[in-house]
Design a binder for this molecule. Structure first.
Ligand SMILES: [Zn+2]
Length: 71
């Protein structure tokens, strides 16, 4: 394990909320966390935006238990 060499000892890591890199996303169905391979369902009148795996089939395989089909 090595400490990130580009970290400036004077300023330290970037404060939370100021990062300009890709943000971690979390699938709301299977709980997968990452920065790629996600799609976001746009908000509707009744729901807020929903983050899901881009691959629906792969997402379902990660579900801890089988659930009723959603849509
Ligand atoms: Zn998923």
């Amino acid at each position: 394990m090595t400490i990130a060499s580009h970290s400036n000892p004077l300023t330290g890591p970037q404060p939370a909320g100021a990062a300009s890199g890709p943000e971690l996303q979390r699938c709301e169905q299977c709980g997968r966390v990452g920065v790629r391979g996600f799609r976001v369902l746009p908000a509707t009148e009744y729901t807020k935006p929903i983050t899901l795996c881009a691959s629906k089939a792969a997402c379902r395989k990660r579900w801890p238990k089988p659930h009723h089909e959603i849509a």
